[in-house]
Design a protein around this ligand. Structure first.
Ligand code: NAP
Ligand code: MG
Length: 490
């Protein structure tokens, strides 16, 4: 029997007043795995109201950091006890491989652990500014945090927001992507089993244009933290102007991966594959534009294409699968359309380019690892985020050209450089206008490091101490150590 999901409001699992339910599919076979409610505007507004009351009551916001840390640790432990189930659910709902889903689940649990740890570390500054003025700088929770997440890492993106927002003492409202709510439901079930006070955390399923829009517009929401496309990010920012709420945006990318003649070629080829085909390219930080110096261009392409052709695309639960499904039929069609555009623009299709319909995969949404070479900077497949297993490879002459074409983009999320010359690598990486960068690697990162983009890839940073700051207000308290009249008006 298909599970009917419920909204989580004020500590209770409830049905929406809207009888319409959304089929939740497994993109690997189009099996309906659950039915999700579509919360209404009124339900969203009501949830925000109760969340605000909870905040003002101090039931969570007034707890000491140590008390909050204890609850975050409880959530981490619950997640760790359920890693397998979390990974299975993520795989079934998103289409990614079990190998990838397991890694996401472990990272998610660790994010709660990390913020619990951070809370146990004393924070704040005090100093004596002028003679008798002692200044304290303290951090305080903001209020109600609206958290809107995409479908590509439904679990991890939810937790990257929930953990720091709760750590800071806020009330939270999570809106998962309509098509991938399953692991968010599981996380809320687990949080419900901890000492997190009732009324602090809300899970609202429904469409972006209804639930998301109400959250972004609400005068009672103090921060909207959004991860998703640059276009919707722009809408969110506009919607947030009413009460000038804080806006935190993690948006799209078209990140450069720059490979010099003197790079270790095996390593560069390996990471350049990992950089785009992990998550079937549905990763914001994907290295979707590869730039190769002319001396190794041909050799790189030969090795790269040979390896790309050997990637085993398959069902997420088969251990042999190296790349999983595309999240939905609609998104698959959009990727296939870009492949068509690339051909029409005159790029050379070196491999891939098709939907995979072989035995066992014919009911799902699978696309071959696709490589375009001999591209130019003006092509749409070079400029626009495709968000699929499609990479473009372009030739460059020297450092100056590499930097110029790498930065010739409206995005600025990530970037990498491959070279054995550390001085050159540093010269280049410091010039790449992006927030997440690598030297001789791709995609490797950690919970301590700030995650976010330059230019139109976003505003603000997730993770690390930066991620906690995002959900906090900063206050100065000035204490007069010698209280007597100053006679300013005499
Ligand atoms: P999306 O279409 O922008 O949607 C993201 C979320 O916003 C979904 O929950 C969506 O709801 C909601 N939404 C849609 N319209 C809205 C509106 N008018 N007001 C408020 N919320 C609204 O993005 P996606 O297609 O799910 O995800 C892919 C994009 O996310 C890519 O561009 C990728 O680069 C980016 N991304 C960035 C990062 C990062 O860290 N920088 C990480 C992951 C993904 P519904 O879809 O349910 O309607
Ligand atoms: Mg969308």
């Amino acid at each position: 029997m298909t599970q009917n999901l419920k909204l989580y409001i004020n500590g209770e699992w409830v049905d929406s007043s809207n009888p319409e339910m959304q089929d939740i599919l497994n993109p690997a076979n189009q099996e309906v795995i659950a039915k999700a409610p579509k919360a209404t505007k009124e339900e969203t507004k009501e949830a925000i109201k109760i969340a605000k009351k909870a905040f003002e009551s101090g039931v969570w916001s007034d707890r000491t950091p140590q008390e909050r840390a204890e609850v975050l640790l409880q959530i981490a432990v619950k997640m760790e006890e359920n890693l397998d189930e979390l990974a299975q659910l993520e795989m079934r709902n998103n289409g990614k491989t079990l190998r990838e889903a397991r890694s996401d689940a472990a990272d998610a649990a660790n994010t709660f652990r990390y913020y619990a740890g951070l809370l146990n570390h004393p924070d704040g500054v005090t100093y004596q500014a002028t003679g008798d003025l002692q200044t304290m700088i303290v951090k305080e929770p903001m209020g109600v945090a609206g958290l809107i997440v995409p479908w590509n890492f439904p679990l991890l993106m939810s937790v990257w927001k929930i953990a720091p927002a709760l750590a800071a003492g806020n009330s939270i409202i999570l809106k998962p992507a309509e098509i991938t709510p399953i692991t968010a439901v599981k996380v809320f079930e687990l949080m419900d089993q901890t000492d997190l006070p009732k009324g602090v955390a809300y899970l609202l399923m429904g469409s972006g244009s209804i639930v998301g829009q109400v959250i972004a517009e609400s005068d009672d929401v103090d921060i909207v933290s959004f991860t998703g496309s640059t276009g919707v990010g722009r809408n969110i920012m506009q919607a947030a102007t009413g009460n000038l709420k804080k806006v935190s945006l993690e948006l799209g990318g078209k990140s450069p991966n720059i490979i010099f003649d003197d790079a270790d070629l095996e390593t560069a080829v390996d990471y350049a594959l990992f950089g785009i085909f992990m998550g079937a390219g549905q990763v914001c930080s994907s290295g979707s534009r590869i730039f190769v110096q002319e001396g190794v261009y041909e050799e790189f392409i030969e090795k790269y294409v040979e390896r790309a052709k050997r990637i085993k695309v398959g069902l997420g639960n088969e251990e042999s699968s190296q790349m999983g499904a595309i999240v939905s039929e609609k998104h698959m069609e959009s990727i296939l359309e870009y492949i068509q555009i690339g051909k029409e623009e005159g790029a050379h299709l070196a491999c891939g380019g098709n939907r995979i319909l072989r035995d066992g995969l014919e009911k799902g949404f699978f696309i071959e690892p696709t490589v375009f070479t001999d591209v130019t900077s003006d092509m749409r497949i070079v400029r626009e985020e495709i968000f699929g297993p499609v990479v473009v490879i372009q030739k460059f002459k020297d450092e100056a050209e590499a930097i110029r074409i790498a930065n010739d983009t409206e995005f600025g999320l990530a970037g990498a450089v491959f070279s054995k010359d550390q001085n050159r690598a540093m010269r280049i990486i410091k010039k790449v206008r992006a927030g997440i960068t690598w030297v001789n690697a791709y995609h490797l990162t950690n919970v301590q490091a700030p995650w976010g983009g330059y230019k139109q890839s976003g505003i603000g940073r997730s993770l690390g101490t930066f991620g906690l700051d995002e959900y906090q207000e900063t206050k100065q308290i000035n204490i007069n150590l010698d209280p007597k009249p100053i006679h300013f008006f005499e």
